[in-house]
Design a protein around this ligand. Structure first.
Ligand code: IPE
Ligand code: IPE
Ligand code: MG
Length: 239
């Protein structure tokens, strides 16, 4: 489908890129190669999202729970794939005016990974095109606890009063820092759960589940999700 045919483009799309491991298994390949293929799919989706005018694209790359995977897989994701992606893609992303942001705790990541991430974030920080949030070492519950800590400290230091705490203030202390909540959350691989992703921000998001494994997800699949989104009626509790 061409880009003009899409109506009602969601401003903020969030993606749970799931199914890399199964994709590899089906082919008798190691899981790491599934992740590598997943990065290729991601490149197309980022480029396309930017072209069709999505404002914010948030992708779930690595969860706080994913550390429990075999050491070899974690090592490949954190020390190889992520570093290579940031290195190889930075120029193109920057050229396309994409602004990269990380949602999650990067302090505890290995130095080289951290360095590459910081370079990408710093290089693109003034770009006004697609805002590309990468949820990395991300957990929705951790995000909420972190916000509570920051807000509690401000109250204790007399910077704000307890009565100032409302939903708007709270959401500014999440990693998304008051970004518009996701309009549409897509999860691939047929699993129908949130897995600790954007649990505060997804309160009124439309959910879309694709049976495709993430490495097989193409721009046409994103079109399909957006078209389905456009057909839905969002009510936000009203009638
Ligand atoms: C998603 O694919 C990528 C990450 C969680 C890093 P999986 O690795 O979870 O793939 P499956 O679910 O095992 O197929
Ligand atoms: C969610 O997928 C995390 C990412 C896509 C990075 P998982 O594969 O880790 O989620 P579960 O374990 O199936 O819930
Ligand atoms: Mg999975």
């Amino acid at each position: 489908m061409n880009e003009q045919k899409l109506k009602n483009i969601p401003e903020h799309v969030a993606l749970i890129m799931d199914g890399n491991g199964r994709w590899a298994k089906q082919r008798g390949l190691p899981r790491t190669l599934g992740h590598k293929a997943g990065v290729e799919a991601l490149k197309e989706i980022v480029r396309y999202s930017s072209n069709i005018g999505i404002r914010i694209l948030t992708v779930y790359a690595f969860s706080t729970e994913n550390w429990a995977r075999p050491a070899e897989e974690v090592d490949y994701l954190i020390n190889t794939l992520l570093v290579e992606y940031m290195k190889k893609e930075l120029n193109e992303l920057h050229k396309n005016n994409v602004r990269i942001k990380i949602l999650g705790d990067i302090d505890s990541l290995p130095d080289l990974t951290k360095k590459q991430i910081i370079e990408a974030v710093e290089t693109t920080k003034n770009n006004m095109g697609l805002k590309f949030n990468i949820a990395l070492n991300y957990g929705g519950r951790k995000e909420i606890i972190d916000a509570i800590r920051k807000i509690t400290n401000m109250v204790l230091n007399g910077m704000i009063y307890e009565k100032d705490i409302d939903e708007e203030l709270f959401s500014r202390y999440l990693y998304t820092e008051g970004d518009k909540d996701p309009d549409l959350i897509i999860r691939t691989s047929g699993e129908m759960r949130i897995s600790n992703f954007l649990i505060w921000q997804s309160a009124y998001s439309e959910l879309y589940f694709s049976k495709k494994l993430w490495p097989d997800f193409r721009k046409e699949d994103l079109d399909e999700a957006i078209n389905e989104y456009a057909r839905r009626e969002r009510r936000f509790g009203s009638v």
